[in-house]
Design a protein around this ligand. Sequence first.
Ligand SMILES: Cc1cc2nc3c(=O)[nH]c(=O)nc-3n(C[C@H](O)[C@H](O)[C@H](O)COP(=O)(O)OP(=O)(O)OC[C@H]3O[C@@H](n4cnc5c(N)ncnc54)[C@H](O)[C@@H]3O)c2cc1C
Length: 377
Amino acid sequence: MESVLFEEDHEAYRQVVHQFVERSVVPHQDRWAEERLIDRATWLEAGRQGLLGLAVPEEFGGAGVTDYRFRAVLQYEIARVGASSLQSGFSTNDDIALNYLLRHADAEQKARWLPGFVTGETIGAIAMTEPGAGSDLRGIKASATAVDGGWRLNGSKTFITSGILADLVIVFANTTDGFSLFVVEEGFDGFTRGRKLDKVGLHAQDTAELFFEDVFVPRANLLGELGQGLTYLKQSLPLERLGIAIAGQASAEAVLAWTVDYVKERTAFGQRIADFQVPAHQLAHLRTAVEVSRAYVDRCVSEYNAGTLTAVDAAKAKAWATQLQHDVIDAGVQLHGGYGYMLEYPVARAFIDARVQRIYGGTNEIMMEIVQKDLLR
Ligand SMILES: Cc1cc2nc3c(=O)[nH]c(=O)nc-3n(C[C@H](O)[C@H](O)[C@H](O)COP(=O)(O)OP(=O)(O)OC[C@H]3O[C@@H](n4cnc5c(N)ncnc54)[C@H](O)[C@@H]3O)c2cc1C
């Protein structure tokens, strides 16, 4: 059963994305992984091709397209070539940082920041997690103290996606009225970046620690209202989790396709691997699971477009699709035999990249907390 999510416009857009991926992503993936960084030029090229900041209103240089299916097309095409690090950078930029700005920035801030999200000149990051607090964000220690004309921000953040490249970081910090969101920009005194973190996977992703030492944040860089950070966070999480769910679904579909191709080619004991009943049934089960899951993830996209995607359904989609991604990739590695363990094979890279999908954006255990609270209240 094929997905019926996309229409003609989305398929036309897919051609643009496809060309971008083939020309500007595929040839560079190995080097990015070695350098632990994606070229800025790639972001600029994505901007030129109209792949970034689609939701930015026309008055700020964007296309004003809020139909999330276009973002989904980008996710599926990037997953097709296993460029998970790029996917996570683009998602953090568009689904999280930009989403906060679109929702909560005032007119002056929008004019200042949004155009760069369309051209790729501004890369955004979100800094919530700290060394001592991740799932339980109420435990964060970063704090901002009111001073003449703004605030002094102190604290440190860790595991920040695009932490090295980011030009604009939305920082979650304690204030006297609760939690607030501050926009810290490249060049602010006292804002420094730590090393690129050495991760299990997502090797091309410049995940980093960030440090804030007496950083002066002017009043004009407070995002939304003081003390409303937690409320804003709750409003934004469904989209962040939908983005991760689609990345999981897209990766599961891609890896399943690579594995089917492989078992049809590879032979053992005088026959194709595909002709042994155990692998054949395993792949049949996975194909079934992937199709059924796609129906739910597609429905979440439609609900998001209609403004009705709930935090609970987004949590289900995130947990489900990322677990399925794990199951498919694990089987994919096994069915590739020893080659499945070699990083020159995309399935092996998908294996190490996928592990974090069940951790970030809220761990899958936290997703089940959200679901059980709704179920058992
Ligand atoms: C590659 C990568 C990129 C990331 N990017 C960003 C980013 O851009 N910005 C950002 O702010 N953060 C980012 N994160 C952080 C990520 O969101 C957190 O790591 C995640 O939310 C988990 O928090 P923690 O690491 O503190 O784990 P902990 O909260 O310490 O959790 C440890 C374990 O305890 C479990 N646990 C905790 N509470 C409960 C509970 N109530 N019930 C059951 N089990 C529970 C968790 O599920 C987990 O298994 C990133 C992380 C990684 C690895």
